[in-house]
Write a protein that binds this ligand. Sequence first.
Ligand SMILES: Nc1ncnc2c1ncn2[C@@H]1O[C@H](COP(=O)(O)OP(=O)(O)OP(=O)(O)O)[C@@H](O)[C@H]1O
Ligand SMILES: [Mg+2]
Length: 284
Amino acid sequence: MTSTPIPGPDAPTPAGREATLPDDGLQQGPLIPPRTATTGEPMIAINAVSKWYGSFQVLTDCTTTVSKGEVVVVCGPSGSGKSTLIKCVNALEPFQEGQITVDGTKVKDRATNLPKLRSRVGMVFQHFELFPHLSITDNLTLAQRKVLGRSPADAEKRGLDLLARVGLSDHAKKYPGQLSGGQQQRVAIARALAMDPVVMLFDEPTSALDPEMVGEVLDVMVELARDGMTMMVVTHEMGFARKVADRVIFMDRGEIVEDATKSDFFGQPRSPRAQHFLSKILSH
Ligand SMILES: Nc1ncnc2c1ncn2[C@@H]1O[C@H](COP(=O)(O)OP(=O)(O)OP(=O)(O)O)[C@@H](O)[C@H]1O
Ligand SMILES: [Mg+2]
């Protein structure tokens, strides 16, 4: 695997990404070391994946790739298989047919070390799933120490650095219950980033939040995208998709019905199902 060059501070913004962020109080500096985006080299390759729950087929012949540095938004009606598909990417769900490769590692392979694979795939869910009995600092450092074997000092430095980047330095000693939903979700993102993932998966990270907190979480995600992180994001936040997505995948009834560039998806969705979905979601 070739390493990606790290551009200097004057490196151009990745194509299609809007670099302007609102002045939201987030600290300056990248969330991850800046990298060039969209190299064309696949980070995630999903190849003819089908999955059944008993006799119910939840995924049908799903094929797509996510290149290094690419941001792909996955949308579609409730029950269409979006969560299932991204859970297959880090082997939280098994699948019966096809193959998924993440950064060259086959997900469905007896030889694959799944804990190691999962440690390289950051996942942020709708519900933040922080440990309620641990302080924010301990939430940020636990997996770094247990899974990556980092020293307590190194883990804390990395965790607190990321906490600063998501604008929450003052909250290091608090417990999750003392933070708002938006703040907890930002901690969850920082916790995932502390593992130095090669890709980040998000499953409706803002849909459980009160409306006034959605923006602060999206700002962090926009910044992450701008820094060149490879991201697969299940969301109905079409403003986010318009702002940073390179591609949009539309799923319906377990199938990838549309896999298009952002401009094609919003400008001229091919399938009637995507057209119908967009007309509903954009009318609000
Ligand atoms: N553990 C399970 N056992 C059986 N069926 C399941 C299970 N998990 C999900 N399903 C079914 O699989 C289908 C896809 O579910 P999935 O959660 O992937 O959809 P989704 O697109 O993420 O929906 P939503 O937008 O509501 O989150 C649904 O019909 C769901 O009922
Ligand atoms: Mg879902």
